[in-house]
Design a protein around this ligand. Sequence first.
Ligand code: SF4
Ligand code: SF4
Length: 457
Amino acid sequence: MVGTSTLLTACRKSEKEINNVEPRPNRELGEMTLRTNPNTGDKVSLLGFGMMRLPVVAGGTARENPDSPIDQEAVNQMVDYALAHGVNYFDTSPAYCQGMSEQSTGIALSRHPRNSYFISTKLSNFAPETWSLEESKAMFFRSLQYLKTEYLDYLLLHAAGMSGGDKDGMGAFYARYIDNGLLDWLVEQKKKGKIRNLGFSYHGDIHVFDMLLRWHDEGKYHWDFVLIELNYLDWNYADEINPRNTDASYLYAELEKRGIPATIMEPLLGGRLAKQPASILREMKQMDINATPAEWAFRYAGTPKGVLTVLSGMTYMEHLQENCATYSPLRPITKEEDEMLMRLADKLSAMKSVPCTACNYCMPCPYGLNIPVIFTYYNNCLSEEMDDEKPEGSSESEFRKARKRWLIGYDRTVPRIRQADHCIGCNHCLSHCPQRIDIPKEMQRIDRFMEQIKQQM
Ligand code: SF4
Ligand code: SF4
């Protein structure tokens, strides 16, 4: 299987050439920005360590090498560095890293005093066989055991609003948390001190999000925090990129007016905002010559005052170091910078890329397609196409060469029998996608795109 980072270079000229922004030279680290949880007074680091992309011994993450064990030594080193540099929020789930994340997180964190960090994990009872109260309780107790802790600082109902089994978002939510009495049982656990903050992460059906906030208003259930997707592209364009999604500006405003702290996922939109077409990068560099695309995205996600922490799934020490630097301390986005990012978001949304965050939840495809790799490859081609808007300098033959390179790169990155044209539209993947991407339809679009290029050749 080819990893995302491999295919990025396969499609594009070179990472260095396109995103040739080095992190700030000799940057002095100040204090990590902390935000206060109004419910508990917790002083939470603005950078939260997402434990969903942990490194594995064979290299890369469990996504690329699912049979390889987690590289615990590397995880320990990153956790130690994070704690030493003010990061105190660690977010995991029974579903991450082929089910290995909680154990690895528990091993790394338990080497430190329990009061030096906050543990966040989730009730990830996605599969219908885990919907019973008994199975869900067992999942909860396993989390405590794996994380080597008596209590959880932050517990989330995982992906409220996502469809599951044969149920839509609302049906799956009721089956997972309400009809079985699980949510009431979790409220009891909070009273007993096993959970300090109870919240939910939202994906999918907006009616579920609105209903849960209505329950909060009515005093039926109290939400201490909510995890939402927020970045400068999703702020105004989530629903244009994918009509089934909701703009982050709406989600954030609904939380802010109730004083519910927002925790943030996908600040980089599955890594897409960390790699930018050259034309976008040029504008960013005009504003700040040394800022990386990732730095812009993290500053944007961390600027709203109601944000408690911004999660980043970090695999390598360099990512952790760069992200620590960005928030030590945070330089809030100015009005002028905000205008620039909104302008860039206008351009990026016009690319019509696939809003895949490479989470891998849709895998495996029974017909062997490598769904996230195909989508990432296609998105990278679109980015490159965007830079071809200026063909005064680029001759027809250069243009053809670029297209040929895409075709060759596609075959190298995705074996032919796993390419988009092999999707039979079985819909097996559909209910698993938290971004609610119409995967078979997108496969058809990508197939047409590649066919068109072949015709042009
Ligand atoms: S719809 Fe296509 S991509 Fe999805 S599981 Fe079926 S064959 Fe695979
Ligand atoms: S589940 Fe959706 S977002 Fe995740 S990898 Fe598959 S297509 Fe992409």
